[in-house]
Design a binder for this molecule. Sequence first.
Ligand code: FES
Length: 180
Amino acid sequence: MTALTVNNQPVRYAMDPATPLLFALRDASNLTGTKFGCGTGECGACTVDIDGRAVRSCRVTLAQVEGTFVTTIEGLSRDRGHAAQQAIIAANVSQCGFCIPGIVMAAQALLRADRDPSDDDIRAAITSLCRCGIQPRLLEAIRMAGRIARGDETVDPLPPPDIDPAGASQIAPSLAPPEN
Ligand code: FES
């Protein structure tokens, strides 16, 4: 049994202590915002915050995170209101979106340590691989996130996330079955 805190909730995982944290989060806690990309520490899709540091969760075992505080993308903000999220949305960074949760988690750790990072700091802190080619927009977005975090810029408020299937017809009425 491994005890830790995930998104401010105490959790005890009855799993092999050698299990990667990534699998515990996704399979036992259903926190599927943390993505399984390469599984070898290269892509960054699985990045979470552990005790204030951005960590690739595929490369740490449950035994290694005993007693830590883990934050996943689901626990970062309920309304996508973190400066990194606001900026990434405002700058239209996402394409397929698969790597974005890991990028946001790396960005939030960077901005907590430094709200005015240089471009080199951003490149060093956010090493996620993205095949969509978002890097130029991402660099600008993280600069913007710093300005938002410092209070030097604001962006329009985001609409609330609507991932409730009951709301699907409100999102895409054209997908609703035709009425006879
Ligand atoms: Fe962990 Fe790619 S899945 S770095």
